[in-house]
Design a protein around this ligand. Structure first.
Ligand code: ADP
Ligand code: MG
Ligand code: MG
Length: 251
């Protein structure tokens, strides 16, 4: 059952082509890993799947859950069930995280519930993530650290229950505490929501606790290799060099 079908996608900014004919299929509930050197275009692909208007799609199509979403706004893609990490909440003076979470969940018909039920739901998720309830009352204008942003990301993930979550280096530069929250959040997402996952990561440790279905390697805007989970260990040992030479001739 194909959930996401990226087919022949070329995209870039106004003056710079970044992705070149990218094909990527993700089945419902599958876990995929996207690896590649810095500047390869991994984040761009995530943003293009999410519909970020920064990038213009020049060819190809993106189908999600049976619907052609190539021209859809990011909002509609989000409602369709796609989640891209680092949707940092806008900093709104005086608005607690809790209210922000309430407002984003109320935009979704399938998540509509009473204030009481919402309190219960969010409380349970915070417990699962080992977050103190006082964290939920933090104001969005009060500077969150990188680790705290990732915790908010995991709250959003478990609350919104997307069909596909794209986590872009969600594990990089975190302290042990935040890494545990992220790791546990992803685990819970797999177990309770059963949604598909595209992990863009260099950190193979966070992958140890996940069953990876497919690994993709991107170099210079091309997907140059695809393989089973064992490809991750291979890259861990040998790096991207052999893929680099492959992509070099293609520009
Ligand atoms: P990765 O996530 O694999 O490190 P990115 O997708 O961030 O790679 O970037 C791929 C290439 O596209 C890089 O050369 C980067 O500088 C460029 N790029 C990405 N986004 C933009 C942008 N908004 N404007 C200009 N160049 C960009
Ligand atoms: Mg192609
Ligand atoms: Mg990136």
């Amino acid at each position: 059952d194909t959930l996401l079908d990226v087919s022949g996608i070329s995209a870039g900014t106004e003056d710079k082509p970044i992705l070149h004919g990218v094909d990527l299929k993700v089945g419902a509930g599958e876990t995929h890993v996207l690896m590649g050197p810095n500047g390869a275009g991994k984040s761009t692909l995530g943003h293009v799947i999410m519909g970020d208007p920064t990038y213009k799609v020049t060819s190809g199509t993106i189908t999600f859950d049976g619907q052609d979403i190539t021209e859809l706004s990011p909002d509609k893609r989000s409602l369709a069930g796609i989640f891209l990490s680092y949707q940092a909440p806008v900093e709104v003076p005086g608005v607690p995280l809790y209210s922000f979470l309430r407002s984003i969940s109320q935009m979704r018909p399938e998540l509509k519930c009473t204030a009481r039920e919402f309190r219960r739901r969010v409380g349970a998720i915070a417990d699962e993530l080992n977050l103190d309830q006082s964290f939920l009352m933090r104001e969005l204008n009060v500077g969150f650290s990188g680790g705290e942003k990732k915790k908010i990301e995991m709250l959003q993930l478990l609350l919104l229950q997307p069909k596909l979550a794209i986590l872009d280096e969600t594990d990089s530069g975190l302290d042990v505490d935040a890494l545990a929250t992220v790791s546990h959040g992803i685990q819970r997402y797999r177990e309770t929501v059963g949604g598909a996952l595209i992990m863009i990561t260099h950190n193979t440790r966070i992958l140890e606790r996940l069953t990876v279905d497919r690994t993709h390697v991107m170099v210079k805007g091309h997907l140059v290799a695809e393989g089973p989970a064992s490809l991750i260990d291979d890259i861990d040992k040998n790096g991207f060099e052999r893929f680099g030479s492959q992509a070099a001739g293609e520009g």
